[in-house]
Design a protein around this ligand. Structure first.
Ligand code: NAD
Ligand code: IPM
Ligand code: MN
Length: 338
């Protein structure tokens, strides 16, 4: 467990309580966070990624703190782990649990139920670039986007496999190949190459701007969306909003067969920290995703059902229309676990 910063420790506390009730897991808490960095100068120790590889799974709260304006510790701990452990899939399910939570008019849970498969190790996140004449009126800032055949191929294949494994019919690939003809031609090429191997699945393409529109206009048209790292980041906040807000959204950073990392989609929400106001559901659903990935699908469903019941009973935090605090919302889930 890396509880991290801001509301991270609070939401992680509820996820741990739920996992403890489900049982069969041992936890080790790692202190890596902004406070730890400011105290010790260490973001993640030199053997940190090896330490992480030694666990069956990693659960993260959130990282980000105004006292570390360059976000260095979060880059090392969060983005660094995604890269070092080669967690190339960022799996982000978007599921509306109760019609009341959707900001769109008249949408029922079956209209908002899809998954974003976000490439998680490439794109603009690779840190290739630099600044020249920084801080002067002549400053030049370059941040390169890296797309590799290997990287695009494996994420596109994962999206199709994911659709197949979950009995879903449609995969939509989103890029910006009209404006980025070099980098995103590779996405076009790979998608065209891979889709004939999955003739049972309907493969479509949208430019990312049009996809953003359709997500609001008619989210029911999507089952699985596959896209690059940055676009996936942006549309999953939009997706979180469709299910009630950032507090509801879960994610898994995966490399099938290897140690994977689970975290809510939201950040450290500094203004909410320490107030028992944060919604713990994103963290609890991320813990459920972890259980599923560890081969405990039935326990994962139990946790998801308990969350659903608590949500439908309105026993939730203020961001999703309830009156409860973080701990009480966690308890509402715990009580329903039986
Ligand atoms: P944020 O997700 O922390 O907050 C965005 C908005 O959503 C805020 O209004 C916040 O109050 C609300 N919100 C988020 N989580 C919530 C929850 N559990 N319950 C209720 N409301 C919630 O995003 P931000 O403000 O852009 O970023 C804050 C810090 O978090 C930054 O340092 C950023 O880099 C970092 N961040 C970290 C992660 C991560 O650790 N995976 C993800 C996103 C942002
Ligand atoms: C996310 C976050 C991170 C990202 C930030 C904290 C670097 O927004 O996990 O969605 O951009 O991947
Ligand atoms: Mn994000």
């Amino acid at each position: 467990m890396i509880a991290g910063d801001g509301i991270g420790p609070e939401v992680m506390g509820e996820a741990v309580r739920v996992l403890t009730a489900v049982g069969g897991l041992e936890f080790e808490h790692l202190p890596w966070s902004a406070s730890h960095y400011l105290r010790t100068g260490v973001t993640i120790p030199p053997d940190g990624y090896d330490t992480l590889r030694g666990f069956d799974a990693i659960l993260v709260g959130a990282l980000g703190d105004p006292r570390v304006p360059d976000n260095r510790h979060a880059r090392d701990i969060l983005l660094g782990t995604r890269t070092a452990l080669d967690l190339y899939v960022n799996y982000r399910p978007i599921r509306l649990l109760d019609a009341r939570l959707c900001p769109l008019k008249g949408r029922t849970p079956d209209a908002v139920n899809f998954a974003v498969v976000r490439e998680n190790t490439e794109g603009v996140y690779v840190g290739v670039g630099g600044r020249f004449k920084a801080g002067t009126p002549d400053e030049i800032a370059i941040q390169e986007e890296i797309n590799t055949y290997k990287g695009v191929n494996r994420i596109v294949r994962y999206a199709f496999e994911c659709a197949r494994a979950r009995g879903l019919r449609r995969v939509c690939m989103a890029d910006k190949s009209n404006a980025m003809p070099d980098g995103h031609a590779l996405w076009q090429r790979v998608f065209a190459e891979v889709k004939p191997e999955y003739a049972d699945i309907e493969a479509t393409h949208l430019y990312i701007d049009a996809l953003a529109m359709w997500l609001v206009q008619d989210p029911a048209r999507f089952d699985v969306i596959v896209t690059n790292n940055l676009f996936g980041d942006i549309i999953t906040d939009l997706g979180a909003a469709l299910q009630g807000g950032l507090g509801m959204a879960a994610s898994g950073n995966l490399h099938p067969g290897r140690t994977s990392m689970f975290e809510p989609v939201h950040g450290s929400a500094p203004p909410l920290a320490g107030k028992n106001d944060a919604n713990p559901i994103g963290a609890i659903l991320s813990a459920a995703l972890m259980l599923e990935t560890l081969g405990r699908a039935e326990d994962a469903r139990r946790v998801e059902r308990a969350v659903e019941e608590a949500v439908r009973a309105g026993e939730v935090t203020k961001d999703v229309g309830g009156t409860l605090g973080t701990r009480e919302a966690g308890e509402a889930v715990l009580r329903r676990l039986g």
